[in-house]
Design a protein around this ligand. Sequence first.
Ligand SMILES: [Zn+2]
Length: 190
Amino acid sequence: MPTSPDALVIVDVQRDFLPGGALAVPRGNEVVPVLNRYLAYAAEHGWPVFATRDWHPPDHCSFESQGGPWPVHCVADTEGARFAEGLDLPSETMVISKGTDPNREAYSGFERTELEERLKELGVRRLWVGGLATDYCVRQTVLDGLRRGFDVRLLTDAIRAVNVHPEDGDRAIDEMIAGGARPATLEDLP
Ligand SMILES: [Zn+2]
């Protein structure tokens, strides 16, 4: 694959995180048409596309049944773990599975995955990150990307928050920006 300074990173846009799913993010479905516009742009400009996904074993430590905070969600190879219907991921999308170890939570797409290595192989320096959820996996993926030296653009029109506490999403956005992420929307594409 040719190198590219930019990559689109789509975080956890999986059925269990959409309304009606096992761990629904309110209005999570609204990111899909917006992300499709970013995907069209990425295709037009030769940007590589990465899609992270929760890919848990049935006894994952984050599940309430195991003493964790969340209902069972995104169990590997189940319907709920599939990417959202209507999300136009190209066939060459690089899928990054995380949270595969039963004993470890992994909100970040960088956590014990090959994401960083793959990005570096492709010469990527700038990440355009959107998806679900703002206050968990988007937040952690963005902060980890910044820590690893990537220039990170947070796609504020293509994220939604869980908001266990009503301000969680807004706080997470503030934290990502304070950490060096720059907010961006479709209009800011180069
Ligand atoms: Zn999970």
